[in-house]
Each structure stands twice: as structure tokens, then as C-alpha cells.
Design a protein around this ligand. Structure first.
Ligand code: NDP
Ligand code: HEM
Length: 482
């Protein structure tokens, strides 16, 4: 005998064999009473939980947030006070592909952070781009359907994607990012992260500010060209998971500088762009980025399923000092994530170690499938027997006045709101000649898929001409429509 532990059933009962099921004689039929083998087979049949409906393929790591600057005049959030260090978990992902899909596909990358603060979990569930394809949550499932597979032949379909995009001009800014080489990052370590939405910050006096988060990679931006990314799809579909895991294992800990843009509360009303429209950035000339700290990823998960697959992020997890803005997409997401977690993982997903807060939980919620810790009596509030009591002062500072007619409508346009003005600024002022040439080439490659019809190609040219005539001309030439 070695000193290896004895295999057991999940009930802890020692198992007599790892190889042989219980049979009537060496060649005989098997017996129902072999509950060990029955448990093995039954458990195996239930190994999969549904994959995330979006962002299914990903990887993650633990790390540490360190705040180096004083921003107490903007927020009372404990995790953002100077000198604070907060444990965190970050999951990166692609959006449209399934669990086994390739890491280097052209797609935005998810950048989902869970900060385990002393005031509960703060989740910032962003992407590697500062903007998004749409600005109203009612279009989200339609947008995703156009990115996933067709109903008839189960194939992804670029015609369907361009159909949605060209009928949704608000997508132009995000599709521009997607079609540059930033749509195929070299690794998760070599890309920025963004909170993307505008959030509310309020300080201890109740003064309010609007904030945007930018996480700037300290490794530098590096991207693949379309050809390099496509080659890796065939060579190593798990390229980004492998890169992050190997770097951290080798002690090469990636880090990001944490920057914010801060807008005074009152300035939102007549800012030149609607500051809550998720298809827009706040130009740096108006609101420069301010560095407040840095985070570093320093520890790999030990069990992918338990810690990455069952990780559950929710934009509604906001801690005191931080609140939602009226961004309609953010408002929709406040509902969507906990709802999908209850369906995908189960109602007690917050009790799993990766999701569990590190601060104490004193909740009157109880029971449900797979719950393993319940608070004790009393089980109701209000009570006169010393149970937990809420603190109304927690909300002080977060509230503000809103009024208006109940209506279904686009946002009120601010002075310079237009779907093409910001992607045009990206093309005109930010992209290098090489970036522009690759942008044109990537669009042409995508719109040249055999399923893209001649009519759709014309719509694609019109869409890009609206961004910039030179871009439209380049795409037209590439598609043979000049
Ligand atoms: P700035 O010149 O001040 O900022 C340009 C921004 O673009 C920088 O954040 C830069 O930072 C980023 N950038 C550089 N190269 C690329 C690229 N190839 N693809 C995407 N982003 C790139 O200009 P403005 O703030 O006035 O913005 C001009 C345009 O830049 C915007 O319309 C928007 O399209 C884009 N942009 C703006 C951001 C913002 O928050 N203001 C953020 C990102 C992009 P870095 O190279 O470190 O990414
Ligand atoms: C994942 C819905 C917009 C970033 C998800 C999931 C759903 C969802 C249902 C799967 C979650 C899970 O199973 O764990 C929505 C809806 C949106 C929206 C309804 C708009 C109304 C956005 C935007 C961003 C974003 C704007 C980024 C700025 C992410 C990320 C994940 C994700 C990063 C993966 C989280 C993880 O790593 O587990 N989204 N989403 N989503 N979404 Fe969204």
C-alpha cells in the first residue's frame, strides 16, 4: 500500500475498486447494488451546466486592486479610498462563440471584474471597448441572435450580421473598433478594459458625479492581423486561456492602470454628447483620464469549472458610494445577470466560493436548491428579537430627482449627437495609415463571405461611407463595387 488516500463515494464511503463494477461472476450481469458505479455514471450525466448564453468561452484569474490616489471628494466607496487593497477576480471572454470556440476570433472581449470589498461584492462587467453596438436593451437579444447561428442550417452568417448592423446605425462606432485589429487582440494581457457605461459616484457629503472607468494595459496594446488570428484558430483554439495561465504560472503577473473620467453631476444635462448613451465616449479633451490605482492578476484558479465556469458577475452589485446611471443598457443589465445566474447555476449561486462575498452576509433570504448556509432565527423582518436591521443612511447621496412622461422613445439628442461623428473621429484623428488599411481589409474580408448578398454589400458600403467617404470608397473597391 502507498500513502495515497482511498477513493470514496461523494458521501465519503471508501470505494472498493476504481476499475471493476460489481457483477455476478466475472462474466455475469451487473448489480443495482453497486451504488458507487451508479453514482459515478449519474454524476457524469449531470456534469454540464448550460454554458453562458453569451461570453461562453473564457478564462480568468485572481488579483489585487491597489488605490494610490485620493478620490474621496468624488466617492465614499470604501474600495476606492487611498491605500486600500482589495482582492478581485477577473474573467476574460469572447462574446459570440460557444464554450469550445477559438479564442482569436474577431469579437469584442469581455472584461468582467469582481472586487471582494469590505462592503460586499462590487462587479464591473465591461468589455475591451469603451462603447457598445446598441443603446436600448430591447435590441440586445436580437443583436445576439444575429451574431449566433441561423435557425435553419445552424451556421453563423455574416449576411445576418451586416443586416442587423446596417439597420442599426448606432452600431457603427463599436463595429469600427471590432473591425480594426483591436478586434483580434494578441492576448487578454495586451488589451485595455472599460466599464463602458457611465456610473454614478457620490461622496460622504452626498455630492454626485458621473464616472467612466478605463483599465489601461501595462503590457501595451498588441493585436494580431486578421491572417495571424485566423491561423491561430486552426493551431491553438485556446491560445488566450493558455497565454494568461502560463504567464501567471511563470510569475509574469499582468497589470492594468486604473483610470477614471469624472463629470460633474449637473454637466450631464447639456454636455455636447448624451453622456448616458453607450455608443459614445467622452472625448479626453472634455474629460481627461485620471489615474487612481492599479490592479495585478497574480493567481490562477485551481479548478476551472468551480471558479471560472461558475463565476457569476452582475452589474447590479454596486457598493455604497457607487450607483447606476440612467443608461438604458445598464438599467436592462441590472435585471438580466442575476436572472440568468438563477437559471444557469441555481438560486444559491452567491454561496459558491468564487461568488461569495468576503464580508459578512446578514440576509433574510433562505433555502432553495443547493443552499448550504442559512442564517438562523429570526427568519423575518421586522422582528423584535435582535435580527439584522437595514440602515437607511446607506442610500443617502445616491438619490436624485427624475420626472417625465411614460414613453417609448430614443434618447433626447444632445447638441452633437450623431451615430457617425465619433467613429469618424477615430478614423480621422486616431488611426494610423496601417490601422486604416487593416480596417478596410478586415471589413472587406468579413463582407466577402459567400453568404453576403450583392444588395447587402451595397448597404455595407453606404454604412461605411457614413463614417467617412474614404473608408466607404476603400470598402467599395475591396468588394468590387467602386
Ligand atoms: P484622444 O486622441 O484623446 O484619444 C484617442 C483614444 O483612442 C485614446 O484613448 C487611445 O488610447 C485610443 N486609441 C488609439 N489607437 C486606437 C485604435 N487603433 N483603436 C481604438 N482606440 C485607439 O481622442 P478623443 O478622446 O477625442 O477620442 C477620439 C476617438 O477616439 C473617439 O471618437 C473614439 O472613437 C476613440 N477613443 C476614445 C476614447 C475615450 O474614452 N475618449 C477611448 C478609446 C478610443 P490607447 O491607444 O491607449 O487605446
Ligand atoms: C455576459 C446579458 C450588454 C459584457 C452576459 C450574459 C448575459 C448578458 C445574459 C451571460 C451571463 C452568465 O451567464 O453568466 C446582457 C444584456 C445586455 C448586455 C441583456 C444589454 C442590455 C453587455 C454590455 C457589456 C457586457 C454592454 C460590456 C460593456 C458582458 C460580459 C459578460 C456578459 C463581460 C461575461 C461575464 C462573465 O465573464 O461571466 N451578458 N449583456 N454585456 N456580458 Fe452582457
Amino acid at each position: 500500500m502507498t500513502d495515497r488516500p482511498i477513493t470514496t463515494t461523494d458521501a465519503g464511503i471508501p470505494a472498493p475498486s476504481d476499475e471493476f463494477s460489481l457483477s455476478v461472476g466475472p462474466n455475469g450481469p451487473l448489480l443495482m447494488q453497486d451504488h458507487y458505479v451508479i453514482q459515478k455514471m449519474a454524476q457524469f450525466n449531470r456534469e454540464r451546466v448550460p454554458e453562458r448564453v453569451v461570453h461562453a468561452k473564457g478564462g480568468g484569474a485572481y488579483g489585487l486592486l491597489q488605490i494610490t490616489e485620493d478620490v474621496s471628494q468624488f466617492t465614499k466607496a470604501d474600495l476606492f479610498q487611498k491605500g486600500r487593497e482589495t482582492d478581485m477576480f477577473l474573467r476574460f471572454s469572447t462574446v459570440a462563440g460557444e464554450l469550445g470556440s477559438a479564442d482569436t476570433a474577431r469579437d469584442p472581449r469581455g472584461f468582467a471584474i469582481k472586487f471582494y470589498t469590505e462592503e460586499g461584492n462590487y462587479d464591473l462587467v465591461g468589455n475591451n471597448t469603451p462603447v457598445f453596438f446598441i443603446r436600448d436593451p430591447s435590441k440586445f437579444s436580437d443583436f445576439i441572435h444575429s451574431q449566433k447561428r441561423r435557425a435553419d442550417n445552424h451556421l453563423r452568417d455574416n449576411n445576418m450580421q451586416w443586416d442587423f448592423w446596417t439597420l442599426s446605425p448606432e452600431s457603427a462606432h463599436q463595429v469600427t473598433f471590432l473591425m480594426t485589429d483591436r478586434g483580434t487582440p494578441k492576448s487578454w494581457r495586451h488589451m485595455h478594459g472599460f466599464g463602458s457605461h457611465t456610473f454614478l459616484w457620490y461622496n460622504a457629503n452626498g455630492d454626485k458625479f458621473w464616472v467612466k472607468y478605463h483599465f489601461k494595459t501595462d503590457q501595451g496594446i498588441e493585436n494580431y492581423t486578421a491572417d495571424e488570428a485566423a491561423a491561430l484558430v486552426a493551431k491553438d483554439a485556446d491560445h488566450h486561456i493558455r497565454d494568461l495561465y502560463t504567464a501567471i504560472k511563470n510569475g509574469d503577473h499582468p497589470s492594468w492602470t486604473v483610470n477614471v473620467q469624472i463629470m460633474p453631476f449637473e454637466a450631464a444635462a447639456d454636455y455636447r454628447f448624451n453622456p448616458f448613451d453607450l455608443t459614445k465616449v467622452w472625448p479626453h479633451g472634455d474629460y481627461p483620464e485620471i489615474t487612481i490605482g492599479r490592479f495585478t492578476l497574480n493567481r490562477n484558479p485551481e479548478n476551472y469549472f468551480a471558479e471560472v465556469e461558475q463565476a457569476a458577475f452582475e452589474p447590479a452589485n454596486l457598493v455604497p458610494g457607487i450607483g447606476p446611471s440612467p443608461d438604458k443598457m445598464l438599467q436592462g443589465r441590472l435585471f438580466s445577470y442575476p436572472d440568468t445566474h438563477r437559471y444557469r447555476i441555481g438560486p444559491n449561486y452567491l454561496q459558491l466560493p468564487v461568488n461569495q462575498p468576503k464580508s459578512p452576509v446578514h440576509s433574510y433570504n433562505k433555502d432553495g436548491a443547493m443552499r448550504f448556509s442559512n442564517s438562523s432565527d429570526p427568519v423575518y423582518a421586522p422582528n423584535s428579537v435582535g435580527g439584522p436591521a437595514a440602515d437607511p443612511s446607506i442610500f443617502e447621496g445616491e438619490g436624485y430627482h427624475v420626472s417625465g412622461e411614460i414613453i417609448r422613445s430614443a434618447y433626447v439628442k444632445h447638441a452633437e449627437d450623431d451615430d457617425f461623428v465619433q467613429p469618424r473621429a477615430l478614423w480621422e484623428n486616431v488611426l494610423s495609415d496601417t490601422d486604416r488599411a487593416h480596417l478596410v481589409g478586415n471589413i472587406v474580408g468579413h463582407a466577402s463571405a459567400p453568404e453576403v448578398t450583392g444588395d447587402m454589400k451595397k448597404r455595407v458600403v453606404d454604412y461605411w461611407t457614413n463614417v467617412h467617404k474614404d473608408l466607404g470608397q476603400g470598402v467599395a473597391q475591396g468588394l468590387g463595387l467602386a
